[in-house]
Design a binder for this molecule. Sequence first.
Ligand SMILES: C[S@@+](CC[C@H](N)C(=O)[O-])C[C@H]1O[C@@H](n2cnc3c(N)ncnc32)[C@H](O)[C@@H]1O
Length: 227
Amino acid sequence: MPSLDSGQSEGPSIRHPLTEQKLTSALAEFESVLTSTFPSNWDRTYLDVGFVTSPDTKDVFFLPSFAFKTGTITLPDINDLKQDPGKNILSVGAGPAYFEQFLLKLGVNPNQIMLSDIDSRFLPADLPHTIFDMNGQWPSFDGQQFDLIVFNQAFPTFKVIPPDERKVKLIGILGSATNALSDDGEIRMSGLRLDTSIQDVSVALHGLSISYDAQKQFLRARHAQPK
Ligand SMILES: C[S@@+](CC[C@H](N)C(=O)[O-])C[C@H]1O[C@@H](n2cnc3c(N)ncnc32)[C@H](O)[C@@H]1O
């Protein structure tokens, strides 16, 4: 898929951080353009909730506002990325990467965002990306580490696999993500149907400090002892 181009992007600005108000209006404008680009056969029943479905592949894709609602991405993150070109983000299971493309629209540099997915089909081919299975061997990223590693609703199969298997998979994924995480970086996972005690997961990953909000199905993890 090509990336969306919905007009001129805001340049990086150190002196003028993005405000909540500007973010809200930019989001509304971006989503109005975005929704006009969806293929006509995509199911929009849940557009108000924040997602659309491709009937051919059954893939579900989320509007950028959904990523803000869950806390996958926040206004302070955007200002950090804009003010420090050395900050970066890895998005795993990015699909068409709608919220990530919105960050570009806000002035984040494309080389600050690495997209990834198991499947290249929906990824914007003209943006930096890499293909791997999050349950398998992760690439080395040439030694690069990331300040944010996000999994935005990237666990569609978790609802159909047994809780014990989910736990084993999550431990493996978190272990791999930890290797790619900068010293004071954060891992965020939304839409995680865990059904298991986070304690069991934490015990297996001594080096990580993990918190899980079961109601929001949202996990955060950081190095337990940042260097
Ligand atoms: C529900 S979609 C969400 C896509 C996007 N993050 C969003 O919020 O719209 C889940 C995505 O995870 C990807 N995915 C599923 N299993 C994966 C795996 N094992 N490794 C990497 N990506 C995976 C799918 O290809 C799909 O693009």
